[in-house]
Design a protein around this ligand. Structure first.
Ligand SMILES: [Zn+2]
Length: 325
């Protein structure tokens, strides 16, 4: 909402009219946050019990967070301030084991998750992250997968969505990505042009955005690119054609961003993420395992190695839904 107020030109609306609107929205947000806190605290014992029970079966939920940009300047909906980010990382380090995407997938595949763990990812590739967030993670040896957009890296051109928002932020350079990889950060692919796959079935375009972009990124950083994150990451973008292209390119998995947990027993190729939300109540509510999110999760179907048919995959998803309800 901060961005809604910050980025929408007020046009003909006078300041006198806009100010009460801003105050009302702020009050609503504050009320929602208070209500969420009450519900979260009331549900805490039951949630702890549920996670413990799942943990005894090796099925404790595994969280995967996505961030975009850590900076104090030019705040927007996808930016978290330095202090807030550091506080979140401190919190995660004190409460969870922080693991990489490969270990997340192993635990999901083998139902070997006895305590909730967290994985950390970043999307897009903003230069600001190389000044604070990535050095912080490297200093603490925290695993992180950093999804970069090839064309912005090679051209230095700001992202189209930032240009349109009147906020042309600087993307990472090749040197910054190499330095991050050198420091233990895994570089993943976020397409060539921050591409929106919704309603696209042109195989040449898909090949250019996934397979060819993966090869180019791999050549740039001198390392294998193992993971892919869909720009926007919502169900309309997660098309069967694009997911199959990720599989055919030989990558190990893809990340969505519609907000979901990784539950052992489900397919591990699809890594489900939720936002590293700067709003503390929403952040904590996700981390404490709100099973309503599981019930509301959209099912993404695509051909999987195991189970071998979509029906079987749906059956596994259905049984997981029942287990945590
Ligand atoms: Zn993105």
């Amino acid at each position: 909402m901060k961005g809604l107020l910050g980025s929408c030109p007020l046009g003909g609306v006078s300041y006198a009219l806009a100010f009460p609107l801003a105050v009302t929205v702020a009050n609503m947000l504050s009320l929602r946050s208070k209500l969420l806190k009450i519900r979260r605290i009331a549900a805490a014992p039951l949630r702890r019990q549920r996670v413990k029970r799942l943990g005894t079966q090796g099925k404790a939920p595994i969280h995967c967070l996505f961030y975009h940009r850590v900076a104090d300047e030019h705040p927007n909906d996808w930016t978290i301030g330095r202090a807030a980010f550091e506080a979140q990382i401190d919190y995660l380090r004190s409460r969870f084991e922080i693991i990489g995407l490969d270990e997340l997938q192993r635990r999901v595949r083998q139902c070997d998750s006895h305590r909730s763990a967290v994985a950390i990812t970043f999307d897009d590739g903003y230069a600001d992250n190389s000044r604070f967030a990535l050095p912080l993670l490297m200093r603490h040896k925290i695993p992180c997968t950093y999804f970069a957009t090839v064309q912005n890296v090679t051209s230095g051109r700001p992202f189209e969505h930032d240009i349109q928002a009147g906020q042309p932020l600087t993307p990472n350079t090749v040197e910054e990505l190499r330095a991050a990889a050198e420091g233990g950060i895994e570089i993943g692919l976020h397409t060539r042009t921050h591409f929106d796959f919704a309603n696209v079935d042109d195989s040449e375009v898909i090949r250019s955005e996934i397979d060819a972009a993966m090869t180019e990124l791999s050549d740039l950083i001198g390392r294998r690119v193992r993971y892919f994150a869909f720009p926007y990451g919502l169900p309309p973008q997660l098309t069967q054609a694009a997911i199959q292209a990720v599989q055919a390119a030989g990558m190990e998995g893809f990340c969505s961003a519609f907000g979901a947990y990784n539950l052992p027993g489900r397919d591990a190729f699809h890594i489900r993420r939720f936002h590293g939300d700067p709003e503390p109540e929403r952040f904590l509510n996700w981390l404490e395992f709100d099973q309503r999110k599981v019930r509301r999760e959209p099912l993404i179907s695509y051909p999987q190695e195991s189970p071998t048919t979509l029906d079987q995959a749906s059956a596994v998803d259905q049984s997981v839904h029942e287990q945590v309800s």
